[in-house]
Ligand binder design. Structure first.
Ligand SMILES: CC(=O)N[C@H]1[C@@H](OP(=O)(O)OP(=O)(O)OC[C@H]2O[C@@H](n3ccc(=O)[nH]c3=O)[C@H](O)[C@@H]2O)O[C@H](CO)[C@@H](O)[C@@H]1O[C@H](C)C(=O)N[C@@H](C)C(=O)N[C@H](CCC(=O)O)C(=O)O
Ligand SMILES: Nc1ncnc2c1ncn2[C@@H]1O[C@H](COP(=O)(O)OP(=O)(O)OP(=O)(O)O)[C@@H](O)[C@H]1O
Ligand SMILES: N[C@H](CCC[C@H](N)C(=O)O)C(=O)O
Ligand SMILES: [Mg+2]
Length: 485
């Protein structure tokens, strides 16, 4: 319980009715979750306007309502507060309700099209290995210390974030690493968080269904850095053409990482193998269990953030050699007769290009590369032909298949992908709607030594078709076909 006036601390109030010292049981922005004694905050969403549900929230027992537009005939027994922007202020209210947990944590957010889960998870692992209690908010799972929670979003809503952070503080965590998606920035899910650092990875084609143009997508990412306080660091990838743009208006301490140019944190890739890469970091050789140059870049972000958080250099270099790939990110499986499969979450044209280039770099002879890939339904349609194009350009054979079709017809998604393939490339391509059949076919076509890339779903253990989530796990399917236990 908390008095409403404490939840509203620091927020400009345009109009109030009733007693602001009313005790609030919990705070909600979804009327369907309201219980007696709650505060309901009406937020204008992308589909509907939460103001439509004020009456419903009151019927379910809301004792107070915060809104932008006051409805007619608002009941006198309920406290009313009118403010200018409920979306931005919801995060601040949620933070106040949970006693501003982020001020008691060192919070670092990771944003960019690809690499967020990898970097955030590796930072979590690094600080666990250093002996700290750590929190993680990421696509795969949320962690409070060692306790796991199911992840609903890459970056959940503000209420869930603040609740998780409060749990982290209660559990004695000192650090929280979190992915910051462009949707979350745009929808102010991260408002109310006191960040100690921000990391930018890269910006390539994705989510144009939501942001409409690349410029808007860029603007959303930049907003995160524009809002960082002067006490935080802003660590950017100098190798990405938008890396420096992110830092233009930030008050935070500007820091860079790079594989190609001078930067605060820099490394050179000396050797690339199937089971790892040898890096040179400031003249010191460091063996890592990662494949693909993009992972060297991810490791520089991890090293940079760790050093900026005050960890000893020798400690981090030792840990870089211990870290292992994150679930579904360039995970390698091997059949008894020596066929290889790489399971990777690549679901953008750029990620497919990177992962296939990573595979090309470690090819030793004339092994075939066979790629199995689909594209998600109800997501950016314009990336589909580009994903197919990249797969065909860099593979010997491609099997187009379903990812999560969601509400769309899988055949239509395949047709959208096929549109990216030129006539002279068609002989390399098969389309098989059923993902298991597609993976089976790839495994049958492969000879010992060949490499099968199964892209797009990584850690996911389901396939969503027409509103139903069926159990499906790429790694499980491959191991079954390979006859591995
Ligand atoms: C497009 C999008 O991002 N939508 C998110 C958004 O919902 P919305 O704005 O559409 O909400 P709405 O349905 O218009 O409702 C508006 C308001 O009315 C309220 N309402 C609604 C109905 C009702 O009966 N009562 C009620 O009070 C809602 O609670 C809300 O406050 O706000 C919701 C609460 O935070 C999110 O759950 C929801 O995520 C949807 C489910 C989603 O799929 N989002 C994906 C695209 C997403 O966010 N992905 C990124 C990762 C992307 C990446 O890979 O980088 C992520 O961070 O996970
Ligand atoms: N730094 C990088 N640059 C380009 N591609 C990358 C990079 N890191 C990872 N990838 C590729 O992108 C895929 C997704 O990586 P990861 O899950 O770390 O990204 P993400 O930003 O969290 O994605 P999402 O937004 O879907 O959660 C990987 O499986 C790999 O193929
Ligand atoms: N977070 C991304 C993940 C896409 C993964 C892919 N398997 C798909 O379902 O499209 C999204 O929601 O767009
Ligand atoms: Mg992620």
């Amino acid at each position: 319980m908390k008095p409403l006036k404490d939840i509203l601390a620091g927020i400009g109030l345009l109009e109030t009715r009733g007693d602001l010292s009313v005790q609030v049981r919990s705070i909600q922005f979804d009327s369907r979750k309201v219980e007696a004694g709650d505060l309901f905050v009406a937020v204008k969403g992308t589909h509907v306007d939460g103001h439509q549900y004020i009456a419903k929230a009151i019927q379910l027992g809301a004792v107070a309502v915060v809104c932008e537009d006051v409805p007619e005939n608002f009941p006198s027994g309920v406290v009313l507060v009118k403010i200018e922007n409920t979306q931005i202020n919801f995060g601040k209210m949620a933070a106040a309700f949970y006693n501003n947990p982020s001020t008691n944590l060192k919070v670092v957010g990771v944003t960019g099209t690809n690499g967020k889960t990898t970097i955030a998870s590796l930072l979590y692992k690094t600080f666990c290995l250093l002996g700290y209690k750590v929190g993680l908010i990421s696509t795969i799972k949320y962690y409070v210390g060692e306790d796991e929670f199911h992840a609903t979003h890459t970056t959940p809503d503000a209420l869930q974030i603040q609740e998780l952070m409060a749990k982290m503080v209660d559990a004695g965590c000192e650090y929280c690493f979190m992915e910051v998606s462009s949707h979350a920035i745009d929808q102010d899910r991260i408002s109310g968080i006191d960040f100690d650092g921000g990391i930018f990875t890269n910006l390539t084609h994705d989510h144009l269904d939501y942001h409409k143009t690349f410029a808007e997508y860029l603007k959303a990412k930049k907003k995160f850095f524009d809002q960082l306080p002067s006490t935080a660091f802003a660590l950017t990838n100098a190798d990405d053409k938008n890396g420096m743009v992110m830092l233009q208006n930030t008050k935070a301490a500007k820091q860079t990482y790079s594989l190609r140019s001078l930067a605060n944190f820099h490394c050179k890739v000396l050797e690339k193998h199937f089971d790892g890469m040898l890096l040179s970091i400031d003249g010191q050789e460091v063996w890592t269990h990662f494949t693909g140059v993009f992972n060297a870049s991810n490791l520089m972000a991890v090293m940079g953030a760790t050093l900026l958080l005050g960890v000893d250099r020798d400690e981090i270099l030792r840990i870089l050699s211990e870290l292992r790939p994150v679930s579904g990110r360039f995970e390698i499986l091997r059949s008894p007769e020596g066929k290889y499969a790489v399971v990777d979450y690549a679901h953008t044209p750029d990620a497919i290009q990177n992962v296939l280039s990573g595979i090309a770099e470690i090819r030793t002879g004339n092994e075939q590369v066979i790629t199995v890939v689909g594209a998600g339904g109800d997501r950016d349609k314009t990336k589909r032909p580009e994903m197919a194009q990249e797969a065909v350009r860099l593979s010997d054979k491609v099997i187009l298949t379903s990812d999560n079709p969601r509400s769309e017809e899988p055949e239509q998604i395949l047709a959208d992908m096929e549109a990216g393939i030129e006539a002279h490339q068609k002989h390399k391509v098969l389309s098989i709607v059923n993902r298991k059949e597609a993976i089976k076919t790839a495994c049958m076509l492969a000879k010992p030594g060949d490499i099968i890339l199964v892209a797009g779903k990584g850690h996911e253990d389901y396939q969503e078709i027409k509103g139903v989530k069926y159990h499906f796990d790429d790694k499980e399917v491959i191991n079954e076909i390979f006859g591995n236990n």
